[in-house]
Design a binder for this molecule. Structure first.
Ligand code: ADP
Ligand code: MG
Length: 698
């Protein structure tokens, strides 16, 4: 373990390496480019590329790739070697030019574009993102890049994320300047994503078509034991899992990812990994890499890492907690309640921006976590409901209420309190009783957005968070910049925000039925499924918001909406087809051969003596045969539902609703019957590993 500091970041072309290997001028020029967000001069790029190549060659690397994040939700890469012919002598040299570093032209035609390619140039290009370090993964030099069409439309998740970080920077700086803060040069958002996952035996995983094709089990009777004893959560880690985690940590550390805590989660075979937080752009790259390495390292240990939101019915699914805050380049966390009233006025203003943003854009936060997989979790009493609300804790809520009502909080007596930069209550340090049921919880100096599913790229939710908060800050700044009296205006803004948006604050149990009723009374949105949520992405309000801040163009938004809706339908389609395949090729044949053997057993007994009753055999055969008949009928219904789906494909919104209401409903019904059959058929007849074997097999 003493080698960890040496190991850490050893595969990253980071600041230390750059300082070491780049000429001073080049290093300075590159730093300046990164800070100012300018494009890089080609002569500088040539020098950087050459240094990168030399560094990579020393580590045995022969190939490079532009590494990007298309709308598929996973990362993409296309490897090229450094090889270059050397004159006519048939020899080669290893080369990597500035041009190759800065720009790539992958064939974009097979990535989802939601119709963008019809309107724009078919080809796309990748452009180096120098704010995220290049790294070596599996012997390949990876250059983090943004992916755009030739018309400049974003085809990926990084481009809008970078745009949203710029907007937060601009708007937050305006506020800080108003508070007389001149030393801050840049404001960034920070994220620490906690990642949940399941580990099962690889051989068993491979035996299940549903896991292989869809990442989740589509059938499976409940085993006698699930998570009811609560003995897995934070339990001691099994040796095989421990070896996996150790190996994973080392791989992540090499990539400069600060994997920090790992523990068992609530469900059997479920675990969690949390890194130390980082700048949102880097945290997003790192989370994508983490998910990839989790799966790759699992292979080495004979394990399969399942990242799906709901791999097993009956036990908890997996989420991703997006811990989010805003920080200055001088290291000040702007969501940290300050020690002095002056600091607190600034803190309160940022807090109010979050309150306003979350209330005004509940729909966007919900949309940002919508997926077929996450539909199984949200609102299912294991994850937050589909209703967005905020937890602030009793203390902070009480302070805010006293401000709103103009009563004193400190003295608890009725005296007018002036909210300005001079008089504000002293905030007690994080005494919040962590509310585990809240979708968006203040946890002392950051917000924890808990609605994310385990597979989602955190880019989407953070694009939304950054943009909506920047928009609120923008509105506040505009008012304050033109106010005749700064203190009075802050007072007014805070009071108004609380009056108008306090409905979003809820400190109680988000899992309760009462909350659903109460939320409805408060007029909060309850977008139950992906099909309900996604279409709202392109509402007038949202188009206005994103185009105003240049995060998305309207075309980009419409294309994204289309891609996501289509993806939702495709996922359900694959799941339904897999179910039908398993029913016809595995479940029914297994039941039939069991029926046959039981029937032969009964016949043999009867042949021995007509007095042998064979009652249980007859009953079992009768029951199984009836269930098989029922299963066949339900399979026919699902079959037909899929055929009819073709009629809906011209309108993606209608198609998504159809898949949810008709296809998904038919899948549920099919599953119930198959699971009952599983409980009746002899173990050795069952064609694939059961829940018990999968969940307790490692
Ligand atoms: P918990 O008690 O929920 O485990 P931790 O304080 O350990 O809370 O933090 C959980 C995650 O939040 C970690 O990934 C951590 O790095 C991250 N985190 C902490 N502070 C911040 C911050 N200012 N901005 C973003 N993420 C943060
Ligand atoms: Mg957490």
């Amino acid at each position: 373990m003493s080698k960890v500091p040496e190991l850490f970041g050893s595969m990253v072309f980071n600041d230390t390496v750059m300082k070491e290997r780049l000429p001073k001028d080049t290093y300075k020029a590159l730093k300046k480019t990164v800070q100012d967000g300018k494009t890089l001069d080609i002569t500088v790029a040539n020098v950087v590329a050459n240094a990168m190549k030399d560094w990579a060659l020393e580590k045995g690397v022969t190939h490079f790739t532009h590494w990007f994040q298309p709308m598929t939700g996973v990362t993409a890469e296309k490897h090229d070697s450094f090889l270059s012919p050397n004159g006519s002598e048939g020899t080669v040299i290893m080369e990597f030019s500035g041009k190759e570093l800065i720009k790539g032209e992958p064939d974009a035609s097979s990535f989802p574009s939601g119709g963008l390619r019809a309107t724009f140039e078919a080809r796309g290009y990748t452009a180096w993102d120098p704010t995220s370090y290049a790294f070596i993964k599996e012997g390949v030099l990876c250059i983090p890049t943004a992916f755009c069409s030739y018309g400049g439309e974003a085809l990926d998740k990084k481009t809008p994320l970078l745009r949203s970080m710029e907007v937060v920077n601009t708007q937050a700086l305006r506020i800080l300047r108003l508070f007389g803060n001149t030393d801050v040069k840049r404001v960034i958002t920070t994220v620490g994503p906690e990642q949940e996952y399941f580990l099962v035996d690889r051989e068993q995983f491979k035996k299940r078509k549903d896991l292989v094709y869809t990442g989740r089990t589509l059938f499976g009777a409940k085993p006698p034991k699930g998570q009811e004893l609560e003995d897995h959560y934070f339990g001691s880690i099994k040796p095989r899992v421990h070896a996996y985690m150790k190996d994973l940590d080392e791989e992540l550390w090499k990539l400069g990812i600060q994997a920090k805590t790992e523990h068992n989660e609530v469900a059997p075979a479920q675990h969690e990994l949390a890194p130390i937080f980082a700048n949102t752009n880097i945290a997003t790259d790192h989370n994508q890499l983490t998910m990839e390495m989790m799966q790759k390292v699992a292979l080495r240990h004979g394990l399969a890492c399942i990242l799906h939101e709901k791999p097993f019915a009956g036990v908890n699914g997996s989420g991703k907690h997006n811990n989010w805050s805003i920080s200055t380049n001088t290291g000040v966390n702007l969501l940290e309640p300050g020690k002095s009233p002056h600091d607190n006025a600034q803190f309160l203003l940022f807090l109010c921006a979050v309150i306003k943003a979350v209330d005004e854009h509940q729909d966007l936060l919900r949309i940002s976590v919508a997926s077929a997989g996450n539909d199984h979790r949200l609102g299912a009493n294991e994850a937050p409901p589909a209703i967005v609300s905020m937890f602030l804790g009793d203390e902070l809520t009480e302070i805010l209420e006293s401000i709103e009502n103009g009563s004193s909080y400190d003295e608890k007596e009725k005296s007018e309190m002036v909210i300005g930069v001079d008089v504000l209550p002293h905030f007690p340090k994080d005494t919040t009783d962590r509310n585990r049921t809240s979708p968006f919880a203040f946890t002392g100096n950051k917000f924890e957005f808990r609605m994310l599913g385990s597979t989602v790229s955190i880019a989407g939710p953070n694009i939304v968070l950054n943009t909506i908060i920047a928009d609120a800050l923008d509105q506040f700044a505009s008012r304050l910049e033109t106010a005749s009296d700064f203190k009075t205006e802050i007072n007014a803004i805070i009071k108004e925000t609380l009056k108008k948006h306090k409905r979003i604050i809820f400190n109680g149990n988000n899992y309760s039925d009462e909350w659903v009723q109460e939320a409805q009374k408060r007029g909060l949105l309850n977008l139950k499924s992906t099909a309900d949520a996604l279409p709202l992405f392109v509402s007038d309000k949202n188009i206005k918001l994103f185009t105003k801040h240049h995060i998305f163009t309207e075309t980009e938004m419409r294309s994204r909406c289309e891609i996501l809706l289509e993806n939702y339908c495709k996922v359900l389609n694959i799941e339904a087809l897999t179910m039908l395949d398993m029913v016809k090729k595995q479940i029914l044949p297994a039941a039939y051969s069991y029926i046959k053997d039981v029937g032969e057993t009964a016949s043999a007994a009867k042949a021995l003596s007509a007095d042998i009753p064979c009652e249980s055999e007859t009953k079992l055969i009768c029951k199984l045969s009836t269930l098989c008949g029922c299963l066949s009928k339900k399979a026919e219904v699902l079959d037909k539902a899929l055929v009819d789906a073709k009629n809906e494909e011209s309108d993606m919104v209608r198609c998504a609703h159809y898949y949810r209401d008709t296809v998904f409903a038919a899948m549920q019904e099919l599953r119930v019957v198959a699971d009952e059959i599983e409980t009746l058929v002899g173990e050795k007849y069952w064609p694939y590993p059961t829940y018990g074997e999968l969940l307790f097999g490692v």
